[in-house]
Design a protein around this ligand. Structure first.
Ligand code: NAD
Length: 439
């Protein structure tokens, strides 16, 4: 089957490549000419483990190609996936202008029956909007509109796509469901659960899922703050909670607040959807404000550990919003760096993959070559993103490069007692800070 993937970002590129790996013939289209040129020359514009090899394999097999020519790709495809961005507007509502543009172009170029599949995260009612655009601009041909939200996580996107917990398909007609089943047949064969429902419910599943996960993160972050105040250890609390199968251990890891291109945007969007229909989503609104508070209290934590920040040099390890990605959208690390500079600190930073993206948004910070270079002359180090290479740091080498021995571990990678024994002052999240030599 021929497929056209419109939007070749984190979701479109991974989805297009994996569908090609399923045996489909996929043309990935993007308006960003530079991105398409890069992909045509065999380079991958994002950092995503395992993606480069899979792109190369499927290009070699003649199943995957990249183009800016939407017309030709639409004409030859039976299924057209929309995977463009849906960024937040200033009021929190998702900006659907890219989705609308793509739907208009599909309508203008369609030369026969097309299944138009929304992969982008879009509010309930978008499927209907797409249908109206398609039928309004092109009465000559038939269309089926499908909602097929994506749940992959950056950093493990390929593995997530190839082995998802479920595939959600929202459609109005059997013909479209059959096309979708054919596309996803390799997942059907490995008994992946399929949730086949109406378009509106499929759209809501994505927001409800991300909203719930955001609530879980904000919940444990508030538990962590409480633990700090009462002298408890959030890890013991999270373990004790997580062993209850009704709760589960995942997403109970405290940190500097959720970031990335999805949770902040999707929580605002679902709160906005509720308001639009005359309701309120109070738990989501609380998760958003709790997350804001979590992010903003990190700077006080750093100051409490390192002393007044004016004139100090602070090293920040990790810039991406989580490990194994170069994505810095809404990254807590970027916020913290702004707050450090706001309080007069000099900031040195290092990230294994996200430095190039970060250079575009960070002014006045020194970019280091590695963690040890980052530590040079620093009064304190802040571990902001838990990349694997930060999990076994040589603390003697770090101390030799630094002028202080202070670690603010916002991901709780290290053991407080061991750090104190090694001569460090250590401050984590949701645990009592320890001074060097303390037990
Ligand atoms: P992205 O910004 O990485 O990619 C979007 C791409 O769309 C860009 O390359 C852009 O140039 C292209 N584009 C915009 N307008 C276009 C047009 N008219 N024609 C062709 N291409 C166009 O975004 P992303 O992170 O891949 O997210 C895409 C959607 O998927 C969003 O709705 C997002 O919420 C959702 N989503 C993202 C993730 C994730 O982890 N990133 C996970 C699940 C769902």
């Amino acid at each position: 089957m021929n497929i056209c993937m419109v939007g070749t970002g984190y979701v479109g590129l991974v989805t297009g490549t994996c569908l090609a790996d399923f045996g489909m013939h996929v043309v990935c289209v993007d308006v960003d000419e530079q991105k398409v040129r890069l992909l045509q020359s065999g380079e991958i514009p994002i950092y995503e483990p395992g993606l480069e090899e899979l792109v190369a394999k499927n290009e070699r097999a003649g199943r995957l190609s990249f183009s800016t020519d939407l017309k030709t790709a639409v004409e030859s495809a039976l299924a057209i996936f929309i995977a463009v961005g849906t960024p937040p507007r200033s009021d929190g509502s998702p900006d659907l202008s890219f989705v609308r543009q793509v739907a208009e172009s599909i309508a203008d170029h369609a030369n026969g029956y097309k299944v138009v599949v929304t992969k982008s995260t879009v509010p309930t009612g978008t499927g209907k909007m797409i249908e109206e655009i398609l039928r309004g601009r092109n009465g000559r041909h038939e269309f089926s509109v499908v909602s097929n939200p994506e749940f992959l996580r950056e950093g493990s996107a390929v593995a997530d796509f190839l082995r998802p917990d479920r595939v959600v398909i929202g459609a109005r007609d059997e013909r479209a469901i059959e096309v979708m089943k054919e596309i996803y047949s390799p997942l059907y064969l490995i008994e992946t659960p399929f949730v086949i429902t109406d378009v509106e419910s499929a759209e809501m599943i994505k927001y409800a899922s991300n909203g719930f996960l955001a609530v879980k993160i904000s919940f444990i972050n508030e538990v962590a703050e409480l633990c700090e105040r009462i002298g408890a250890d959030v890890h013991a609390v999270a373990r004790g909670m997580g062993l209850d199968r009704r709760i589960g251990p995942k997403f109970l890891h405290p940190g500097p607040g959720f970031g990335g291109s999805c949770f902040p945007k999707d929580t605002h969007a679902v709160a906005d959807i509720a308001r639009q229909v005359g309701g309120r989503f109070e738990i989501i609104e609380a998760a958003i404000s709790a997350n804001e508070r979590t992010k903003s209290r990190m700077i006080d934590k750093i100051e409490a550990a390192a002393g007044p920040l004016g004139g100090r040099t602070i090293g920040v390890l990790g810039l991406s919003f989580k490990p194994e990605t170069d994505d810095i959208r809404e990254s807590p690390a970027i916020r913290i760096i702004g707050d450090l500079r706001g309080r007069g600190a000099t900031v040195r930073v290092y990230d294994p993959a996200a430095a190039e993206n970060a250079r575009r948004v960070l002014d006045g910070v020194a970019f280091a070559e590695d963690a040890y270079d980052c530590a040079k002359g620093c009064d304190a180090l802040v571990l902001a993103t838990e990349w694997n290479e930060f999990r076994a740091l040589d603390f003697e080498a770090l101390a030799a490069a630094m002028s202080g021995r202070v670690l603010v571990d916002l991901r709780n990678v290290y053991d407080p007692g061991e750090m104190a024994a090694a001569g460090w002052s250590y401050s984590g999240v949701g645990r009592r800070p320890v001074e060097k030599g303390e037990r």
